[in-house]
Design a protein around this ligand. Structure first.
Ligand code: SF4
Length: 923
């Protein structure tokens, strides 16, 4: 056939030519990310990108991960050339928020920012320099400087609020999750509090493929969600009642004797004995003089005796722990108490959750609850959860109830079972290289030696501690003892300095069953030293002076809204810095905007996620435009400026509120190992070599390996606690399923009772009636009592947070403006037509959007998918301005077994679901 010729054909051919091809990915929180792209460049400009499709099958019979990608990634390079791109440092010349900036040199900007930071340290102390840990992974280099001078970084899992509190309460672990290919093996997948058709485009195929493998998919959601369309069944649960549904299924399973008795006896706390008089676990120190407090007991029915549940193993081959009954136990002081297993209490507790009663609560037919319960009990079941449940006020109870459903049916620790959250690991080389005493892998080995010695020291007091426990203990100690600026829970900063105290003490926003005032709980938590004396007390007096936001967009993201922040937080700030590749709403309210390189203009990686288990490279396709810099270079140059300006002031060191001294001399040299890793290539080559030294990547992996292959599969969890939480061994030819060390090797869990823990006998939980998973309605006044609608949310199909919502290609795939989904009958009732402007109003604020009308929305529900920039709204107020930003008081509970702060784990987190709003027609 003759070749087609002509202008248009040649133009088309021209489009498919390029000068160079590099690897690319997106270093953002599109969790789990991990998509490997090829990026094509011509004449110094990126002309196209495409999915690399370069994954190989891992385990025979299970589909590979290809093609890995989503529509945001497929047009990512348009962000590089968008009109809101910043290419030179900007300094504010008008009022904050006015949008007037002038271009300045890096030297001027960094000198003035360094002076602002030093002023704050000298005025209020280092705690006054606030750097939020944002979900923009690629910006972590721009935040790295904080570790070298010792200013705090607020914990991202509270900032972006993707914590799964109920899972932490149950397993005491940081998010045990499988690789995505394990979803193929599920016989039954419950899509619950998630909408993967929108948000997991790159790996949703495993859910569809599981149906070809004989599996069934059930979507549990209040609306007929986009993911419901592709499911075998849809259960339209009433908003906020998911715990009742899960508990009713638990009741059906227990009543029908369908529960996995051996799993329950071995893996969970359900056989452990609880005192009937106090409702607390029977403890070793009560039974025997000198015994440990954290020794727990069960009743062995084969010997009919009280027996100590072993702390070093889950194996219980020679005993038959009772699940029912009541027993008398003589205590060390010769008094007698009645005790019973948790299971017996659970059985009674579940009397309130018959399918009929739960059906009324959840507005579901009881037969459908029974039917689903029997399916869960008889099949390998996975719960596909997102980060929706944790955002409900009682999300912890929902997640605990779901975990109970899995626990009763033996549905974790084997292939095709379990649940999910977000889980990262594998940054050992990146994080630890700053702690090494010299460049090179010998120094990395020495560093490992120090960690092992510390681990041995911690373990010397209790030889039954597992590797995971030792690493968790080290992580718990870090914020207290480290001279570095460690992540800290931001709740105390929010409470005392950012205007949230009044909101959280408003009884309308809280659970009406709460027994005392909110402030009493916060004060008690601080006085008992549960959160360490440092950060919990610091913000009672220390005022924030500097906000350094790198890759984040606080004025869009923070629950509570920009009105609250601009009123209470911003006036205290002498300096606001936004480091970004574009101008965000937060940038518009900043004093300086520092231009950062975009993802194809620097070296970096995608989320180091357990879901895909790969280190995925993004590389230089083009240099950053104008004067934009890779994030690490920004940190190095800022440290140089701080050092220089400190020397000018004669300031050599300062102390933080703990009295720990921080030197200001040689800090930039520390970050670059005296220049050895100053350049980007040198830094990443060293980081990758160290990561291989830590065993996380194959031996010999370096930057050249990644440049050749694009991505490399992990080989081990490394020495950081987050990886160990997966509790399974990574094998090269096997998909990953977490918790197998517990189910197969009988290694204990890191909870107070060393078993999966459904009974929390912390004094606050007992007081709240939440010792067992239970259902509680969302606070009726959360957003405003008697307001007609309940607002739900989730990630927009068209965004990875707000950064993609200003991509013009993406805007052309939706209405190009913020919108809210409304039920068609509700819209008729309100007289609102499709596309017409509506105002959403809560007690704390309002926002203007276009109505998108759909019968798939539940009557009484409004769905406001997040991600729109506030400045895309008519009055600049967005979704977060409707949210009170409330934190459940039990989040402050600590001082109990596994209820202790570790980065990305147990801490107070805000609720933003089921906010009550009114909808008003505009115009
Ligand atoms: Fe994959 Fe995330 Fe990139 Fe989309 S944005 S292609 S999910 S890495």
């Amino acid at each position: 056939m003759a070749a087609i010729r002509g202008d248009w054909a040649d133009k088309y051919r021209e489009k498919w030519s390029w000068d160079s091809v590099t690897w690319g990915t997106h270093a953002v929180d599109c969790y789990p990310g991990g998509c490997s792209f090829r990026v094509y460049t011509k004449k110094g400009k990126i002309v196209r990108e495409e999915q690399s499709g370069s994954h190989h099958p891992v385990e025979e019979g299970i589909p590979d991960m290809n093609p890995m990608g989503c529509q945001k990634g497929a047009c990512w390079s348009h962000c590089h050339y968008s009109p809101d791109r910043v290419t030179k440092p900007l300094k504010r010349v008008g009022e904050r928020g006015e949008g007037k900036f002038e271009e300045v040199s890096w030297d001027q900007a960094l000198t003035e920012i360094a002076d602002g930071i030093l002023d704050a340290i000298q005025d209020q102390g280092p705690e006054s320099v606030i750097t939020p840990l944002t979900p923009e992974l690629g910006a972590q280099g721009a935040r790295a400087w904080t570790g070298f001078i010792g200013t705090p970084m607020t914990d991202g899992d509270a900032e972006f609020q993707d914590f799964s509190p109920g899972y932490h309460l149950t397993w005491g672990l940081y998010n045990p999750v499988s690789t995505m290919d394990d979803w193929f093996l599920a016989d039954l997948t419950l899509i619950w509090h998630a909408n993967p058709v929108y948000t997991n485009i790159h790996w949703y195929h495993y859910l569809a493929e599981s149906r070809y493998n004989g599996g069934e998919v059930v979507t549990i959601a209040p609306d007929y969600s986009p993911s419901a369309i592709h499911a075998d069944y849809h259960l339209p649960v009433r908003i906020g009642t998911d715990a009742a549904l899960a508990l009713a299924m638990c009741k059906v399973i227990i009543d029908a004797d369908l529960y996995d008795k051996q799993f329950v006896q071995e893996q969970t706390d359900l056989p452990l004995l609880v005192r009937k008089d106090t409702g607390r676990f029977l403890r070793g120190s009560e039974v025997y003089q000198g015994e440990r407090e954290d020794q727990f007991f069960w009743w062995d029915t084969s010997s009919n005796t009280l027996t100590a549940a072993p702390r070093h193993t889950l194996a219980s081959a020679d005993v038959e722990p009772a699940l029912e009954g009541s027993y008398s136990v003589v205590l060390a002081d010769w008094s007698t108490v009645e005790v019973e297993p948790v299971f017996a209490r659970l059985r009674r507790h579940l009397e309130d959750y018959t399918p009929e009663k739960a059906g009324e609560i959840c507005q579901l037919h009881p037969d459908n609850i029974r039917k689903l319960a029997r399916k869960v009990a008889t099949r390998k079941t996975k719960i596909f959860i997102g980060w929706n449940s944790g955002k409900y006020y009682h999300g912890d109870l929902m997640e605990r109830s779901m975990a109970l459903l899995l626990g009763l049916t033996g549905n974790w620790g084997k292939k095709g079972t379990g649940t999910r959250s977000w889980a990262i690991f594998g940054a050992d080389g990146e994080v630890m290289q700053f702690g090494k005493d010299a460049p090179g892998q010998e120094a990395a080995q020495r560093f490992i030696g120090v960690v092992m010695a510390m681990r041995r020291l911690i373990g010397s007091s209790d030889p039954t501690m597992t590797k995971g426990m030792l690493q968790n203990r080290m992580l718990e100690m870090a914020p207290q003892v480290s001279p570095m600026g460690m992540p800290a829970p931001p709740a105390f900063l929010w409470y005392y300095q950012m205007g949230y105290k009044e909101r959280w003490n408003n009884p309308e926003n809280t659970d009406p069953t709460m027994k005392r005032s909110y402030d009493e709980y916060v004060t008690e938590a601080i006085e008992k030293g549960w959160w360490g004396a440092h950060y919990s007390k610091a913000y009672q007096t220390i005022q924030p002076r500097v906000l350094y936001e790198a890759g984040g967009n606080m004025l869009r993201r923070n629950r509570g809204g920009q009105k609250l922040l601009l009123e209470h937080f911003w006036p205290k700030l002498d300096l606001v810095v936004s480091v970004d590749y574009r101008i965000t709403t937060t940038g518009l309210y900043s004093d300086y905007i520092l231009p950062a390189a975009q993802h194809y203009e620097k070296i970096g990686h995608s989320m180091l996620s357990v879901h895909h288990l790969h280190w995925v490279l993004t590389d230089h396709a083009t240099p950053p435009p104008g004067e934009a810099l890779p994030d690490l270079q920004i940190s190095i140059r800022l440290l140089e400026a701080i050092e220089r300006r400190a020397a000018t002031r004669g300031l050599k060191e300062f102390q933080d509120a703990r009295g720990i001294a921080h030197s200001l001399e040689g800090i930039s040299g520390q970050m670059t190992q005296k220049g050895a890793i100053q350049g980007e290539d040198a830094y990443w080559d060293e980081a990758l070599k160290d990561t291989a030294t830590f065993g996380v990547l194959p031996e010999g992996t370096d930057l050249a390996t990644l440049r050749e292959k694009g991505h490399v599969r992990f080989t081990n969890w490394g020495i950081m606690a987050h990886g160990q939480s997966q509790a399974s061994t990574i094998k090269p030819d096997e998909i990953h399923t977490p918790l197998r060390w517990h189910t197969e090797d009988k290694i204990p869990y890191d909870t107070l009772v060393r078993r999966a823990q459904f009974y929390i006998d912390h004094e606050w939980f007992l007081e709240a009636g939440e010792e067992l998973p239970t259902h509680k309605e969302p606070p009726p006044g959360h957003g405003g009592r008697n307001r007609r609608f309940e607002m739900t949310s989730g990630h927009n199909r068209w965004s990875v947070h707000s950064m993609n919502m200003t991509n013009n290609i993406i805007q052309n795939t939706h209405r190009g403006e913020p919108f809210v989904f409304l039920n068609d009958k509700d819209a008729t009732d309100l007289g609102v037509g499709n596309g017409e402007k509506v105002k959403l109003v809560s007690d704390v604020g309002d926002t203007l959007l276009a109505a998108k009308i759909s019968p798939s929305v539940r009557p009484g529900q409004v769905i406001l998918y997040n991600g729109f920039e506030p400045y895309q709204h008519q009055n600049w107020y967005s979704q977060s301005d409707l949210e009170p930003g409330h934190v459940k008081h039990l989040g402050f509970a600590s001082g109990y077994g596994h209820l202790k702060y570790r980065i990305f784990s147990w801490q107070p987190i805000p609720a933003d679901r089921a906010v009550r709003v009114d909808v008003e027609k505009v115009g």
